[in-house]
Design a protein around this ligand. Structure first.
Ligand code: SAH
Length: 374
């Protein structure tokens, strides 16, 4: 729901100031539409229906994985694709993965979103409407800004949305904003955000040479500066910053790289989350037909292979030996391309193709991308 539009409309109509709040309370609780907002005058409800679309996003396709993960492809009113994911865990957690931009201007070589065209920043309302969509399906209690886009390039809108999430049932402590370490936004986040929203850093390499190869943004904001800023956050908030580290076979998963990572991070300020790499080859004939989680990416045209379990285990052991807290992320929704880093909508999916989502376009990778394995 476009809040600015809502507030303008209510003001023009001469409604009392509390009306916007009433509408929001109903909406945040998962109400399906204005008709159900029974403490609003009927005539107002009808007018709202035509003047303020209940969502800024239209659902284009929705798929549910065997593990209960739901991935939804939305369109903004001006036609940009946006994906978001609901993850249901066995312990009862219901976690949302939200997008901050349509596409992403950064070109991390292992990320599907990085390979698609950048559209634009999303508004706070468009970010919140992703969450509200799932709130209408189920209760929700966690959110991560780990969908499409770089939140620190769109910080005001991301915060605008994050600040309303508690009304949906998602507290700030259960909200995580993830960044590549885009310093201008990150500095502002550290300086200005008082709420206990959690911070995650996508690091993926222990040294600048490798990180720049797989994440071109590192040329601009090198590891030392980014880690220092995150450490400042950990020190001022006394909360650890999560470090995301996607495990790429033969690229960043050697035990000595684990030791190097431990010495970059130290014991006190970070918690490492090792992420099994999720293949997403655009040329796989993917989409609905591409449900083949165990196919090696070499067979589907991808750049990387995920590290084996043993390799992840050995890497983890190096961090544990150095007393750096570490976990391995559970993978959800692989069979519907809803897993980490797989969000990339095809630019020309037709609106009526309700049950088929199409593969992302094949496109040449950025210059200087690593070949595959070393
Ligand atoms: N731009 C922000 C938000 C996106 S988060 C950021 O990079 O932090 C998406 C997370 O998933 C990042 O940690 C990203 O590195 C990771 N990721 C991207 N592609 C992936 C893939 N194919 N498999 C596993 N994780 C991936």
């Amino acid at each position: 729901m476009d809040f600015r539009l809502l507030e303008d409309m209510l003001r023009e109509r001469g409604e009392p100031a509390f009306r916007a709040r009433q509408v929001w309370e109903w909406t945040a609780r998962g109400t399906a539409g204005y008709a159900e907002m029974t403490n609003l005058p009927r005539a107002l409800r009808e007018e709202l229906d035509t003047a303020v679309p209940f969502s800024t996003l239209a659902v284009e396709t929705e798929r549910e994985a065997r593990d209960g993960t739901v991935k939804t492809l939305f369109r903004t009113a001006d036609g940009h694709p946006v994906e978001a994911v609901l993850m249901r865990y066995r312990d009862g957690r219901r976690s949302l993965c939200l997008s901050s931009q349509s596409g992403c201007p950064l070109t991390c070589t292992f990320c599907a979103t990085g390979a698609m065209a950048f559209g634009r920043n999303l508004t706070a309302s468009e970010i919140l409407d992703q969450a509200l969509h799932f709130r209408r399906l189920t209760r929700v209690d966690h959110a991560v800004f780990m969908g499409m886009g770089e939140p620190m390039l769109n910080l005001d809108e991301v915060l605008g949305a994050a600040r309303r999430l508690p009304d949906l049932g998602i507290t700030h402590r259960r909200t995580t904003i993830s960044t590549v370490g885009w310093l201008p936004g990150l500095k502002r986040f550290v300086d200005e955000v008082d709420e206990p929203i959690r911070l995650a850093l996508s690091l993926h390499a222990p040294d600048d040479e490798l990180r720049s190869r797989i994440m071109p943004v590192n040329e601009r904001y090198p590891i030392e500066d980014v880690v220092a800023e995150c450490r400042r956050h950990a020190e001022t908030t006394r909360r650890r910053v999560f470090v995301e580290y996607v495990m790429l076979a033969g690229v960043n998963d050697a035990p000595e790289q684990g030791r190097a990572l431990a010495s970059v991070l130290g014991r006190d300020h970070f918690k490492v989350n090792l992420i099994p790499y999720n293949p997403w080859a655009a040329s796989a004939g993917g989409g609905a037909a591409g449900a083949r989680p165990n196919t090696p990416p070499s067979a589907t045209g991808g750049l990387y292979e995920g590290s084996s379990r043993d390799r992840i285990g050995a890497f983890r052991h190096e961090l544990e030996r150095a007393r750096v807290p570490v976990t391995v992320r559970l993978t959800r929704g692989r069979d519907i391309e809803a897993a980490c880093g797989q969000l990339a909508a095809a630019p020309r999916v037709r609106r009526q193709s309700a049950s088929v989502s199409q593969p992302a376009p094949a496109r040449p990778r950025v210059a200087g991308a690593p070949r595959t394995r070393t």
